[in-house]
Design a protein around this ligand. Structure first.
Ligand code: AMP
Length: 143
């Protein structure tokens, strides 16, 4: 299954924050959008970094409440692994497992066109397996 099919279902809206947004606002944005990570972008289109709740928790463990006045740019991961709409669910699953992250922004010509989370990947895999099981069951039952 291609990532383009996942995006067809979930849409191409991606929650972004500017690099200079302070962490207290980043935390509010994570809660408001109900997501675990935000793409850091200067213009809402480019992928300049990614900041996840894990980055915030790690910084809180080290610096405590002072973390809240730092910026998304301070805490983000700048080397972001992205994929194209032609990538497969299986490729993304392998990448997420190997590199231990749960979000992959989708880009086209350097512009953000979506984001896929591990939840999307698992849902798509389960859906595919259910279809395959139903087909096999029908085949075996002679339908
Ligand atoms: P996550 O599991 O997505 O909450 O992220 C775990 C760690 O990986 C955090 O430090 C994130 O900033 C980083 N991270 C998340 N997604 C990506 C990605 N696509 N490319 C590079 N780093 C990422």
């Amino acid at each position: 299954m291609l990532i383009s099919e996942v995006l067809k279902k979930k849409g191409s809206t991606v929650a972004t924050v500017a690099p200079d947004m302070t962490i207290d606002h980043v935390v509010a944005a994570l809660a408001e959008h109900g997501v675990g990570a935000l793409v850091v972008s200067v213009d809402g289109n480019s992928v300049d970094g990614i900041i996840s709740e894990r980055d915030v928790v790690r910084a809180l463990a080290v610096d405590g409440a002072a973390t809240l006045t730092r910026t998304a740019g301070d805490l983000m991961t700048a080397e972001v692994v992205t994929c194209s709409r032609d990538a497969t669910i299986e490729q993304l699953m392998a990448e997420m497992t190997e590199r231990r992250f749960r979000h992959v922004p989708v880009t086209e010509n350097g512009r953000l066109i979506g984001i896929v989370s591990i939840g999307d990947v698992v849902n798509a895999r389960v859906h595919n397996l259910e279809i395959a099981t139903e087909r096999l069951t029908n085949y075996i039952s002679g339908y």
